[in-house]
Design a protein around this ligand. Sequence first.
Ligand code: NAI
Length: 261
Amino acid sequence: MYADLREKVAVVTGGSKGLGSAIAIRFGCEGMSIVVNYHTDEGGAQNAVRAIRDAGGRACAVQADIGSEDGVRRLRDAAASEYGRLDVWVNNAGMENRSPTDKLALEDWNQVINTNLTGVFLGSKCALEHFVENDKPGCIINMSSVHEKIPWPTFAHYAASKGGVELFTKTIALEYADRGIRANCIGPGAINTPINKEKFADPEQYDTTVSMIPMGRIGEPEDVASAAAWLASEEARYVTGITLFVDGGMALYPSFQYGNG
Ligand code: NAI
């Protein structure tokens, strides 16, 4: 538990399932107030809201497409009207789809870039406006991936979006450091969420993925939520511009693990 979080207010995008839901619920366990964003799955967001209230936090579910400026503003307005402040903004919402790059439709490229990269820009801009206008410190957490640094054939648009998130985040970290605004990425490896449901249901693909993780297990959403809580808290007050990998060592060139090469 991080005592300073108790009075804080957060926006978590893509909070209806997976990592966003786990982060929102963890924040709720810290006693925070949370705007839980959802795109289409209102039921999922309401489940998260209930879990947060049961844990002692306050929460509301707000629909918004984070790829639109109106959408992210709606989230900020909800934080202000419901809870009267904003301290932490988690740009978690994201998507992926597979395609060989020579067959990658422009429409698919645009959709992934718009959600994963433009959505992070719009959410960060919205939070920054609030922090600057109110002359207050704040914390932005952007969900990147091990694929901000590891190339991922047939997911070129996804890797491009996450590489973009990394340098965007480092840039705003530098740009706003003297105002007490921190911006960091979390870089998950392979985590057990709906995005991986089909892949992990196939025993062969599951085993292949585990074999790429030096710690020998798929991550759980709570592993990522713990990192988010720490980054949001005062315990991380001197940390800005990093990517905190939560990946069981996946980004450490696992093929070298036993001295190969
Ligand atoms: P998920 O598919 O379970 O959840 C994604 C969430 O984003 C959903 O709630 C979805 O509704 C929301 N979303 C998508 N487009 C949206 C839009 N336009 N507006 C608002 N919400 C939107 O995926 P998961 O695993 O929870 O992923 C969360 C983030 O973590 C993503 O950015 C993903 O790229 C990243 N990540 C996940 C990894 C994993 O292994 N699960 C690994 C590395 C990164």
